[in-house]
Ligand binder design. Structure first.
Ligand code: FAD
Ligand code: FES
Ligand code: FES
Length: 351
């Protein structure tokens, strides 16, 4: 059972482990405002906003592609869709700006664009950074429009601040304790296993060796939507405490570096890279789209061992090392020893 909040209302819904957020919305909950275009994370028609409670106890929303996000990862989270923004006739600034600028034609892409603009608008007071054309393009780079053209959409984004703020921004008042209570129940599901410690993850791996690991799902979920693969059981790594850290470290040979948890998303990694590795940061700004960077992880990119993965070449040049853990033990090894050949990473057995 998935316990989450949809547009401010508590929901408890049963779903198979390979259900996507988009399927849950459209097929189970009858919420059809969120559209399916490509079902592969490319077009942005399915963009939704996913909210977590941040370190200061406030809700923080990020954009995500509902088509390739596992529905069970909504557990204990707040989901905002295009249906949740307007308060009667009072539109959210993202919506009224789109109307004023004539930024919608057939309208198929519009809910996704509105949701990307919503996350941009709602992040503004937190970051206090001006809405530059670069930020705007980064936020909208994952939303394709076939008919209107991008100028009116861009104009809408740049003019959101001219529209009245929402009278009742309910999405910031979601009850954090209520959501947190559901996170505690994550370990109960035997089909979408969500361990919160490395020990529990290794135990799940041992118990269910056939179950794939999922982090952001931005590679793995394409097996479901494009190859029609069904998974009876999935193990989620995104709540494992040990995989979420970013720590300064000194290696045995005295070299200094950073240990980055495999479940750290690109968006979370970006401030460190901006400060310490600007060349790498420059590359990441071009990886996928905001929706993909908000969910995709370094661990997923490495474990995928794809020849077109963007981070392995940089990490190889930086002589990155990996800490691997599995049911048979733990070991540390160089990334070039881990990547055996196309799509074949080394497994986590002890030496
Ligand atoms: C529209 C789109 C655009 C993209 N653009 C780019 C791009 O520009 N550059 C690029 O490099 N990639 C791109 N990707 C691919 C993808 O986003 C990245 O590879 C991303 O880093 C995968 O991370 P993830 O957390 O989503 O992995 P997942 O999809 O969750 O997992 C990927 C693989 O890694 C395994 N895995 C995940 N976490 C772990 C772990 N902790 N330990 C062991 N195995 C693990 C999974 O079992 C799976 O086999 C794109 C994907 C999409 C859909
Ligand atoms: S439907 Fe195209 S990104 Fe999800
Ligand atoms: S308005 Fe038709 S696809 Fe954008």
């Amino acid at each position: 059972m998935i316990h989450f909040q949809l547009n401010g209302q508590p929901r408890s819904v049963a779903a198979t482990p390979d259900t996507s957020v988009l399927e849950l919305l459209r097929e189970t909950l009858g919420q059809v405002g969120t559209k399916e275009g490509c079902a592969s994370g490319d077009c942005g028609a399915c963009t939704v906003a996913v909210g977590d409670v941040n370190d200061t106890g406030k809700m923080h929303y990020h954009s995500a592609n509902a088509c390739i996000m596992p529905a069970h990862q909504l557990q204990g989270r707040s989901l905002v869709t295009v249906e949740g923004l307007a308060d009667g006739d009072n539109l959210h600034p993202a919506q009224s700006a789109m109307v004023t600028c004539h930024a919608s034609q057939c309208g198929f892409c519009t809910p996704g664009i509105v949701m990307s603009l919503f996350t941009l608008h709602e992040a503004q007071p937190e970051t206090l950074t001006p809405l530059t054309p670069e930020r705007l393009e980064a936020a909208l780079g994952g939303n394709l429009c076939r008919c209107t053209g991008y100028r009116p959409i861009r104009d809408a984004a740049l003019s959101m601040a001219d529209h009245p703020a929402p009278r009742y921004a309910w999405w910031h008042n979601v009850s954090a304790p209520e959501l947190a209570a559901h996170i505690d129940s994550t370990s109960a599901d035997e089909h979408f296993v969500q361990p919160t410690t490395l020990a529990a993850l290794l135990a799940a791996r041992k118990r269910y060796p056939e179950a794939p690991l999922v982090a952001g799902g931005t590679d793995l979920w394409l097996n479901v939507t494009q190859n029609l693969k069904r998974y009876e059981r999935v193990i989620d790594v995104t709540r494992v405490d040990e995989l979420l850290g970013i720590e300064a470290a000194t290696l045995d040979d005295g070299r200094k570096g950073w240990w980055i948890g495999a479940a750290v998303t690109y968006t979370r990694l970006m401030p460190l890279l901006d400060e310490r590795f600007p060349g790498f940061a420059h590359l990441l700004h071009r990886l996928g789209s905001a929706q993909i960077r908000n969910r995709g992880t370094l661990g997923g990119n490495i474990a995928n061992a794809s020849p077109i993965g963007d981070t392995p070449p940089v990490l190889l040049a930086l002589e990155a090392r990996l800490w691997l853990a599995g049911p048979e033990g733990k070991r540390e090894l160089a990334l070039d020893e881990f990547l055996l050949t196309t799509k074949r990473p080394s497994c986590a057995r002890t030496k």
